[in-house]
Write a protein that binds this ligand. Structure first.
Ligand code: ARG
Length: 290
């Protein structure tokens, strides 16, 4: 018996772009209409996940914490253990107490088992920079723009699982999840320009050429690499036609969601969610009805 995939999302009613902590964000260009579109986009993403058999828990919106809509940055979660994030920028540090309260409630309900803190002073922005690879059985850990290099070892020790560290090379692709997405079949969708030469060599050493799906500049700029993968299904922001073909060629079925307002903040499908039931042991197909 495999439980349904369980995700965390946040009510988007307090979402806006009112500060700038990455190059995607332009507070001057944000309008109330974008807020309306954000509500629709978040609802569409939720419907897409539920339509694929997932359950979604909702965090309430908090005025003044617009980026709370990106719970991938709340924590790293594996096998019921939650490593709470610490944010680089003051604009997001207020989210830490909120997310701690959220996980404390989830723990009381038995949805997670254990809450762990990072070492004092260490910065690590959650599952946005620590992505579990189901097939390979290790974390891919991004560092540089947001998370500290030393977080790689902390994640290895906290979860007692192998980790592969990848240094990020661009301000635009500041979290690993903006330029890297391991897929259930062993392929990796990634944007090479997001990585240092050393990180790219690491990826190439771990992923066979036939399993490398390179995102183009256009595909990466549409934040399509920031995708949610459930078995053979991939949920992402509206992709260019080119990417539809690449994923179909590898047997993936695409669900496209209009997430334009969130892209104005530098986020899309993957980081608008956090998988709560991520398990290290390989699971049989979680999506029964195909
Ligand atoms: N505006 C947010 C920030 O810059 C977007 C975060 C998106 N999260 C992610 N994991 N890619 O922090």
């Amino acid at each position: 018996m495999h439980p349904r995939p369980h995700f965390l999302m946040t009510d988007p009613s307090a979402f806006d772009v009112s500060y700038r902590i990455n190059p995607w964000m332009d507070p001057g260009a944000w309008t109330a209409e974008h807020g309306v579109a954000a509500a629709a986009g978040s609802a569409a993403l939720r419907r897409a996940l539920v339509g694929l058999g997932a359950a979604v828990e909702t965090i309430e919106a908090v005025r003044g914490l617009p980026d709370l809509v990106f719970p991938a940055n709340a924590a790293v979660v594996l096998d019921g253990r939650v490593l709470l994030a610490r944010f680089r920028y003051p604009e997001r540090q207020g989210e830490e107490a909120m997310f701690r309260a959220v996980f404390t409630r989830l723990k009381a309900r038995g949805l997670v088992e254990e809450i762990v803190d990072l070492p004092e002073g260490m910065l690590q922005e959650g599952a946005g920079d620590a992505i579990w690879d189901i097939g390979r059985g290790h974390f891919w850990v991004g560092f540089g723009p947001r998370s500290d290099r030393a977080s790689v070892g902390v994640i290895r020790r906290t979860f007692d699982k192998p980790v592969v560290g990848l240094q990020l090379a661009s301000d635009r692709f500041y979290h690993l999840d903006t330029c890297f997405c391991p897929l259930s079949g062993g392929q990796v969708l990634y944007y090479p320009a997001g990585f240092t030469a050393e990180a790219l060599a690491t990826i190439h050493a771990q992923v066979a050429p036939a399993d490398r799906i390179e995102a183009s500049e256009e595909e990466a700029a549409a934040l399509c690499v920031n995708a949610v993968n459930l078995d053979r299904h991939v949920v992402m922001a509206r992709p260019p036609e080119s990417l539809r073909g690449k994923l179909a060629a590898h047997g993936y079925r695409l669900t496209e969601v209009d997430l334009a307002p969130f892209i104005r903040s530098g986020g899309a499908a993957y980081c608008m969610t956090l998988r709560l039931d991520r398990a290290s042991a390989p699971q049989a197909s979680i999506l029964a009805a195909e």
